[in-house]
Design a protein around this ligand. Structure first.
Ligand SMILES: [Zn+2]
Length: 242
């Protein structure tokens, strides 16, 4: 028997046949794994609750030929306060989608896992705030090796008072290094982006609300670049944000 026990977030469930699902799980070892949860689409299934989106659980899988099969599932945290709140569950779905799109199978992105955990726990007790969600997304990119710089030109290293965003260069660049950078950022924008990357979620609470829309636009463009435009879940925001 090749049984393996993993702890992680359920990031995706794909229907298989009439009653089964192929589940994607972002594990605490920082990997994205897939397994089959038999019967998990039946109402009376024991495992159905434990393989819902953004459940944190402990899963025992049997690895044989083909995809591993789920043998046992235990919920560690169902994040129920998020499920009762539309904005919070929207943010949680979007966070899971980013994990699904950006984490590779044997990626060992443990820093990203910790960050997702921190954000999910933050959402349990604090109100949903756009600026905190954007900070989460910017930090998630950084944890995956896409740390963007906003204090100096990412190309020549010169100091920046204003500049242009150019993600392939690694953040903001000066006018001389502008290249294909299309979005102009002023001093205020640059300071905002630095704060989003550096401050904790609770430090950002209630801050920068006048710049929230700018932050969203900029971080959206980063995420679109990273996911090659595949992300859809971010659309939830237009429903909750003015
Ligand atoms: Zn430059």
């Amino acid at each position: 028997m090749r049984l393996q026990k993993v702890t992680g977030f359920i990031v995706y469930g794909f229907p298989l046949g009439e009653a089964d699902q192929i589940i994607s799980c972002f594990t605490s070892s920082g990997n994205l794994i897939k397994f089959i949860a038999k019967g998990s689409r039946k109402v009376k299934s024991k495992s159905a609750a434990a393989v819902q989106l953004f459940i944190l659980g402990e899963y025992v899988i049997y690895c044989g030929k083909g995809l591993p099969i789920l043998r046992q599932a235990d919920i560690i945290d169902s994040f129920s306060p998020l499920r009762r709140d539309w904005a919070k569950s929207g943010a949680a779905f979007a966070a899971m989608e980013l994990c699904r799109l950006l984490i590779a199978e044997e990626a060992r992105e443990t820093e990203a896992f910790q960050l997702v955990m921190t954000y999910m726990l933050h959402l349990k007790t604090e109100d949903y705030e756009p600026i905190v969600f954007d900070s989460f997304r910017l930090k998630l990119a950084a944890s995956l090796g896409y740390e963007m710089g906003f204090s100096h030109c990412s190309q020549c290293g010169g100091p920046l008072e204003s500049g242009w965003l150019y993600w392939p260069a690694g953040g903001a660049v000066c006018t001389r290094c502008r290249g294909q950078g299309k979005t102009h950022v002023n001093t205020e924008n640059l300071l905002l982006l630095q704060a989003l990357g550096q401050r904790s979620f609770s430090q950002l609470k209630g801050q920068y609300s006048s710049q929230a829309m700018t932050a969203t636009k900029i971080v959206d463009s980063l995420i679109n670049w990273l996911t090659e435009g595949k992300t859809k879940a971010q659309a939830f925001r237009s429903l909750f944000e003015g």
